[in-house]
Design a protein around this ligand. Structure first.
Ligand code: TYM
Length: 332
């Protein structure tokens, strides 16, 4: 059976981009057709300046939201990365296979390192090795497919390279994974700056719709999305990024094709109104379920405990095999 692995990083409140680009597919498609694991990657949240209490809070919230979005622990495994030691164990071995140059070429590293430096902070070494830990997440489970948004494609590509290299040097150990991207909304853009991604760790609140935004707040954010200069509604990411973003959001929320949707609108105002309502309707059931789950925190804890146990059992044989293959003496 196909094995699927993906994750979210608890560095901020989850956004419409996380939902449309990744979580929705996990719930609607992946968990039903594959043996799937979904992980709250809290170790990754320590790679930039962080507040310990906030990371803990956001990890719990992300777990609750994954369940609210429809992940069903009877169908898939939901767990927290730091609860399964195999991720960190394997990451070190992969650091011995990856190269410094490879890490420095990663787009997200360059962007995030530049951001940290602009803020006057220093760049943590773990930010540089971030993609190796991500590769460990994926490879530890014999993953075939990694459903992610477009921004993670380069990292998944690196995981493939590391798997192939390790296998060539030390014998076949890892399945070589591949990224699967959604056909629409693989990169939901910031509503105030449609040339940059809607990212949960950004500071531009008005351009980001959070999954837990009240309907009125979400509606206003979409209605205030920046307009492009042209008047007619056309789907062209290059010349009309603002309109294209709204068309993609509308399309992803309602299941239509963005190109076709464009033909149905004469004014940008009408498109905004429909996109705003579509977003509110998509968020509504997630928010309702989130409220129910918050009333029963014991349930979420139990799901995570059980998930970690299952994940550990799945990861351990592969990681142990990698230890042996690379030349480490078994503990006996
Ligand atoms: P993270 O937490 O930034 O995002 C979680 C998922 O949401 C997708 N996504 C988006 N999709 C479309 N439009 C957007 N604006 C948008 N913003 C985020 C991301 O592509 C991702 O699929 N490094 C990863 C977490 C990770 C991981 C892994 C993922 C760690 N280990 C192993 C897969 C497999 C990250 O920071 O995702």
């Amino acid at each position: 059976m196909t094995r699927v692995f993906s994750g979210v990083k608890p560095t901020g409140h989850l956004t419409l981009g996380n939902y449309l680009g990744a979580m929705r597919q996990w719930a609607a498609v992946d968990q039903h057709r594959a043996e799937s694991l979904f992980c709250i990657v809290d170790l990754h949240a320590l790679t930039v300046d962080h507040d310990p209490a906030r990371v803990r809070r956001l990890s719990r919230q992300a777990a609750t939201l994954l369940l609210a979005a429809g992940l069903d622990p009877r169908l898939c495994t939901v767990f927290v990365q730091s609860h399964v030691d195999e991720h960190a164990r394997l990451s070190y071995l992969l650091e011995c296979v990856a190269t410094d140059g490879e890490m420095r070429r990663m787009i997200q590293y360059k962007e995030k390192a530049a951001r940290e430096q602009r803020r006057g902070g220093s760049v943590r070494l773990s930010l540089l090795t971030y993609p190796v830990l991500m590769a460990a997440d994926i490879l530890a489970y014999g993953t075939d497919e990694v459903p992610v948004g477009d921004d993670q494609a380069q990292h998944v590509e690196l995981s493939r390279d590391l798997a192939v290299r390790f296998n060539q040097r030390y014998g076949h150990t890892f399945t070589v994974p591949r990224a699967t991207l959604p056909t629409v909304a693989a990169r939901v853009m910031n509503l105030q700056d449609p040339t940059s991604k809607m990212g949960k760790s950004d500071d531009t609140g008005p351009g980001i719709v959070y999954l837990l935004d009240e309907p009125d707040v979400a509606r206003k954010k979409v209605m205030r999305a920046v307009s492009d200069s042209g008047r007619e509604v056309v789907y062209d990411r290059e010349s009309r990024p603002g309109v294209a973003n709204l068309l993609e959001i509308l399309a992803a929320c309602t299941g239509v094709d963005p190109q076709e949707a464009a033909g149905a609108y004469e004014s940008y105002g009408a498109l905004k109104r429909d996109a705003a309502e579509a977003v509110v309707e998509v968020l509504r059931p997630v928010q309702e379920r989130h409220k129910e789950l918050c009333a029963d925190p014991g349930h979420v804890e139990e799901v995570l405990r059980d998930g970690a146990e299952r994940a550990r059992a799945m990861a351990r044989p592969t990681v142990d095999a990698a230890y042996r293959a690379i030349g480490l003496l078994p503990a006996g």
